[in-house]
Write a protein that binds this ligand. Sequence first.
Ligand SMILES: Nc1ncnc2c1ncn2[C@@H]1O[C@H](COP(=O)(O)OP(=O)(O)O)[C@@H](O)[C@H]1O
Ligand SMILES: [Mg+2]
Length: 300
Amino acid sequence: MRATNEITMAVKFIRDEEKMIIEELKKLGIAANVLFGKQCSDCVNHPRMFPSVALIRNISLIESASIAKLLKLSGYRTINAPGTIEVCSNKAIQALFFQQHHVSQPKFSIAFNFDQITEFGESLGGRYVIKPIQSSWGRGIALIQTEEEFQAWRSGRESLEANQNSFPVLVQEVIEKGNYDIRVVVIGTKPVVAFRRVSDHWKTNTHLGASVDPIEINSDIYALVDMITGSLGEGIYGVDILYDSNKQKYLLCEVNHNPEFSFSQRVHGVNVAARIAEYVNEIYLTEQSQLRRVSNMGVV
Ligand SMILES: Nc1ncnc2c1ncn2[C@@H]1O[C@H](COP(=O)(O)OP(=O)(O)O)[C@@H](O)[C@H]1O
Ligand SMILES: [Mg+2]
């Protein structure tokens, strides 16, 4: 017998974050039906036998986008929405999306070959960042400051098989951000905690050893987050922000749709897992009440 209150959680594997969310959901009387990898056949083929909310926590960007789409089309309300996951999973789509919504970000270009990188790089004074469009944890991101560095990066790429020599890439101006960027955790539409990620390395991912320094969320950060959730819609996000010390302005670096928080939570003390569980519960209750309304009307 399934528990009355149950949501679905799609994962690649269970990390500390998912364990914590499952525990917090339990406290609210909700069980999590965990789907591993692509094992969503029951949900897709018998959608009405299961609860209609699915939390997407797959670590793989491609898998999370496709599972969210399948579940959505099987009648699930997915958190996050498939369209949002698609935007967040691809740095080129994301840059274009936020440009269209007038969200401040570093100058960028999407390059489809080496010459286009050089051309845009030169327009930036020969100092720029190259990013693979589907990556995370700082992997594959290169800072180019000299022709030599570019040639080294290029020959590394050219030595790959043609089908791995993947273009396009995102090319960005280098933001003078000091020794930190800012991670804001957003749940629903509001930021719940913000902290600096401080490092001696120019890439400030905590995975690469950056330390966590909690900060107040000021009105500029609020305004930027409002622009982001106003265009993307509500959801659970890890927003990376760069403070451009030349322009004295906050810029969006990227939005992650499946943020990790177990390491940073130990420092800032905000129970992100509990906030996620509350948000999922809220959506679950809304979905259930809508289902009840429709069923009272005799539609299902
Ligand atoms: N344009 C930039 N200028 C300066 N630093 C950057 C820039 N883009 C990224 N970084 C640094 O590199 C880190 C990783 O970049 P990001 O775009 O967030 O990719 P990932 O998905 O790998 O985290 C950021 O957290 C930031 O510290
Ligand atoms: Mg990042």
